[in-house]
Design a protein around this ligand. Structure first.
Ligand SMILES: [Zn+2]
Length: 56
């Protein structure tokens, strides 16, 4: 799934790509493996602790 990288980068940047890429969003809801890939990419982009998205 090519859009996974783009989708993860948008999420990591604090955007909500679920509207612009509603088809991709729906796929993540329906496809467990892709949802896990997204989670992995996201944690790689944002670090292991996403609870502090704002830099000091
Ligand atoms: Zn999939």
């Amino acid at each position: 799934m090519e859009m996974l990288d783009v989708y993860a980068e948008l999420l990591a940047a604090g955007n909500d790509p679920s509207e612009r890429f509603s088809g991709v969003h729906a796929h993540f809801l329906a496809c467990g493996p892709c949802a896990q890939d997204l989670e992995g990419l996201l944690s790689a982009l944002t670090g292991p602790d996403p609870s502090q998205p704002d830099p000091p």
